[in-house]
Ligand binder design. Sequence first.
Ligand code: SF4
Length: 272
Amino acid sequence: MAKRVESPSSINTFKQCKRKYYYQYVEKLPTFPSIHTVRGNIAHSALEDFYDIDLSQVNEQNYSNKFKVAIQKLLMHHWQQYQPKLKSLDLNKDQESFYFEETMMMLMNWTNQFVDSVAKTMQEKNIPIQEAFLQLSPIREQEYTSDNYSVRGFIDAIHQVDDQAQIIDYKTNSRFDMKDSIKLQLAIYSLLYFEKHGTMPSKVGIFFLRHKLKFMDVDEELLNLARTEIELIHAHTSITEKIHDYPKSPSPLCKWGNGQCDFYDVCKPHEK
Ligand code: SF4
């Protein structure tokens, strides 16, 4: 059986519950968008486009205001673009407004911190606003694919800082912690980057949009974590596609307050 092409998210699904992996990636049952995934996509699109804004009217006096206006416009634009998906979620007006406001608050938080970085860069390097903006602009939404590891991933942002790469992923999570699934995602990005460029990124991190940027150092141990988990999943998924080889792992992630696993009804996790 050929090796599947895995991703950080398929590998984390496999680790969380093999049956869930089976439904999603072997049987390919449909998954359902949630407001959290949709607004995450909207926030990502706004941040991606932010670095393309027109800087011709931006100067050292007005940049803070201009950047805040720009991110607001981008959020409104993408919220509009995503209307068909948002409508499919059946939110009422109050719920949609709540999530819009919350997403706006996260993007404004990000923008405030970007404004601080721009100010610091201008001051430290004695350069104009346009140049500082350019220096802080990352490579965005890069796809990294490894035939060797049979894994691929999309990296949100790669910054070059003093000739070293820093990889950043944006998250709208409420919790500000590097849980194991996030650590593994960043380990896989580091490995993919290392394989392609022959050098490790100096740091990998998450910009928790409700909070701030949190970095981890990249070392051989982190790369080995990625190698081990990639090997483990291929060792399993390349020899069997039988449902019984993908056992259920019932947990609070099957059903919670206002949601459930996409496959809860077909899985019936508590039935033998
Ligand atoms: S409902 Fe629970 S046990 Fe079933 S697939 Fe989802 S996470 Fe796994």
